[in-house]
Ligand binder design. Structure first.
Ligand code: 6GU
Length: 231
């Protein structure tokens, strides 16, 4: 049955793009069940308040616990199984292709998108009573909120769900699947504006092509991402 993804955000419109392209098709095909919620729907005051000033002082605002708890409770109570509840945060564990694989095997994910100044810490404690909680970061830079990060994670996870990517073979030769960067690709014409395609690719020698591609992967990884190679 369909993998379910709930998203909670004060900017639900950010996720409109999930209706198009690959993931849009996966939703129509019944492979993905994405439900986007406005956090403010779980407020009760006239101004639909979701944040307040931090105890102890400091810059910025902190998201209040109660709307988040109401949202998480409502989603968990409506779910068939215990979800994985993801808090996109620059203070989280690093998101990798391995994380994407793990999450693609989960039937139900909840993305709780807060602003970067933070959510009242007690929300994480509460969420842990409703699901398996993970704070996850895309990398060492700061975005204004979790929305764009959640979109990236949803795309990385969604395309690993069986049936979402039409040709599953295209998943295996990608960057990061074998710990190396992808090899360079070329298509017709063989000479374009004086630039030639590496002759080995036109040779028809499949063994030589595979060896050349592997060599390119290693060389490219050494130049661009030496951190991925063993010492
Ligand atoms: Cl997951 N959230 C925010 N706000 N900033 C980030 C991030 C996440 N990952 C990298 N920067």
């Amino acid at each position: 049955s369909a993998h379910r993804i709930d998203v909670v955000s004060i900017f639900p419109g950010f996720f409109d793009v999930l209706e198009v392209s690959l993931l849009g098709r996966a939703r129509v095909a019944g492979l993905l069940d994405v439900r986007v919620h406005d956090l403010r729907d779980w407020t009760t005051d006239r101004h639909r308040t979701v944040d307040d000033t931090p105890y102890g002082g400091g810059a910025g605002m902190v998201m209040k616990a109660e709307p988040w708890a109401q949202a998480i409770d409502a989603i968990a109570e409506d779910a068939a199984s215990e979800p994985v509840i993801i808090f996109p945060s620059p203070a989280g564990e690093r998101f990798t292709q391995a994380t994407a694989r793990e999450l693609s095997e989960e039937p139900h994910l909840v993305f709780a998108c807060g602003r970067y100044e933070g959510i009242d810490e007690r929300v994480y404690t509460h969420a842990a009573s409703r699901g398996r909680v993970r704070a996850i970061s895309l990398g060492d830079y700061v975005l204004n909120g979790g929305e764009v990060a959640a979109m990236a994670m949803i795309e990385a996870v969604g395309r690993l769900i069986p049936g979402v990517v039409g040709n599953p073979a295209s998943l295996v030769e990608e960057s990061h699947e074998d710990g190396l960067l992808e090899y360079p690709s070329y298509t017709k014409p063989a000479v374009w504006r004086g630039l030639e395609v590496p002759p080995v690719l036109l040779s028809g020698n499949h063994g030589a092509i595979a060896a050349w591609r592997r060599e390119q992967q290693v060389q490219r990884t050494r130049e661009r991402r030496p951190d991925l190679l063993p010492d």
